[in-house]
Design a protein around this ligand. Structure first.
Ligand code: 0WD
Ligand code: CA
Length: 412
């Protein structure tokens, strides 16, 4: 009904005159048919080595080795003595994607090119992680975001700017939090091998400079997208389907209470049993309320997992559940297509269609606002929970993010 109403009035949420300066993030505005999202196609990949150097190849690809279902991986191992941490105060912006574009321009050159028109055959260039943030925005209640946009030769480049709150969190990270961030990378080391014939080597060094990134092209409604995302590993069977269908996303998550409760919660996540939990709330039991809260947190986590892998077309997530001591005690595989299918039956749950329609309308809003084609102009889009998306315009400011080497390369 919302969809028809919006069509009859000829307005999308940002054309509503009451909101002429902003874009609403209210969920009910985006509950219409699922927009067209074309099967993402991998157009290339790149690697970042142990010193964060860029290579236009797949040398950092790793191969998934299925672990035991109850493996007892100690994620704390090596944190003190075998850990090289990337400097996350160093902002790379879109640089690595731009390096990939420069190295692969012939693959991307516009068929309609005339000297002055667009240089690339896409509307948007960004990181997958930025799109994930957009997808989850209608359900986000805590973290705000800032996205810088520059229109250059017809293409819109979107690069995140760290918010004050995120910077404070990063600089004041507790020792415990810093160690927990290591656990995710350690889990990757327990489950990934360097080639199809070898086994994972947990005695090695964990170096978070290293990355393998896929570059995919797709279309969301009438927005042609080119984005890159870090991929953890691939199926090691050479007969597995072509990328991105052979990729596997690895996650770790806290295990919930006792193993028995955990398996119950898993079942609730995956069945209409959610409704049952909500019904139980009325029994006014504190224990049940606690369980309900945990389910709510898991629901939102599952939304983030879904959005991140759905975007590049990664079909499988392997999750390691750890106890409070950082030991992975169980491993489960989630299939992306099943996640979106099963949550359809859940009352009061997040909806993939709301996420995708919001993202699509945000990109339309950006196209409408960011009109001046100029690499030194930044349109800064800003959002805080329970507010509309707003923007400000900055010329030759600290926000400019397209490097000179890229501008030069693309103008010649
Ligand atoms: O400097 C920055 N502010 C950013 C850097 C913001 C966003 C991305 N990046 C860089 C990362 O260093 C990495 O090379 O982009 C690449 C990843 O991009 P993405 O795939 O678009 O990012 P996202 O989907 O948010 O994260 C994918 C994985 C994460 O896996 P989990 O399972 O934890 O979601 O990339 C890793 C992480 O393993 N990752 C990062 N690694 C180092 N520094 C970072 C980061 N800032 N963000 C994500
Ligand atoms: Ca991961």
């Amino acid at each position: 009904p919302n969809y028809h109403h919006q069509h009859q009035s000829g307005s999308t949420p940002w054309r509503n005159p009451l909101r002429s300066q902003g874009l609403s993030t209210r969920r009910e505005l985006y509950e219409r048919d699922f927009p067209v999202y074309k099967q993402p196609v991998e157009v290339g990949c790149f690697s970042l080595d142990s010193e964060r150097r860029f290579f236009n190849d797949s040398r950092q690809m790793r191969y998934y080795v299925e672990p035991d279902r109850n493996p007892n991986f100690d994620l704390k191992d090596g944190y003190k003595d075998r850990f090289v941490k990337r400097d996350d105060g160093e902002k790379e912006k879109l640089d690595n994607i731009l390096r990939w574009i420069v190295a692969n321009r012939s693959k991307l050159d516009s068929r309609e090119t005339t000297a002055s028109s667009r240089a690339l055959d896409v509307d948007f260039v960004t990181w997958r992680g930025h799109l994930t943030k957009l997808l989850t925005t209608p359900y986000e209640t805590r973290d705000s975001w800032l996205l810088a946009v520059t229109r250059f030769r017809g293409t819109l480049y979107i690069s995140e700017v760290e918010t004050e709150a995120a910077r404070r969190d990063r600089e004041n990270r507790t020792e415990r939090n810093a160690e927990m961030m290591y656990w995710g990378y350690k889990f990757e080391q327990y489950t990934c091998a360097d080639d199809i014939h070898s086994l994972p080597d947990p005695s090695g060094v964990v170096n978070t400079n290293e990355a393998f990134c896929t570059v995919v092209q797709t279309r969301l409604a009438d927005h042609r997208l080119l984005f890159s995302g870090e991929v953890d590993c691939r199926d090691k069977d050479p007969a597995a389907p072509a990328p991105p269908a052979c990729y596997v996303e690895l996650k770790t998550s806290a295990e919930i209470c006792t193993p028995k409760q955990r398996s119950n919660l898993h079942r609730w996540m995956m069945t209409p049993g959610m409704l049952f939990v909500e019904y139980l709330m009325y029994l006014h039991s504190d224990v049940l309320k606690l369980i309900f809260l945990i389910v709510l947190v898991l629901r939102f986590k599952l939304l983030k997992w879904w959005a991140q892998s759905f975007l590049p077309g990664v079909p499988r997530i392997v999750a390691g559940f750890r106890d409070h001591e950082g030991v992975v005690v169980s491993v489960e595989t989630f299939h992306i297509s099943k996640i979106s299918h099963l949550i359809k039956n859940e009352y009061n749950c997040w909806k993939p269609t709301v996420c995708m329609n919001f993202c699509s309308d945000f990109l339309s809003f950006v196209k409408h606002v960011a009109t001046e084609d100029n690499p030194s102009v930044v349109y800064l889009f800003s959002w805080e929970p329970h507010r509309d998306v707003t923007f400000s315009i900055h010329r030759d400011s600290q926000y400019s993010f397209l490097p000179h080497w890229f501008i030069q390369e693309m103008t010649s």
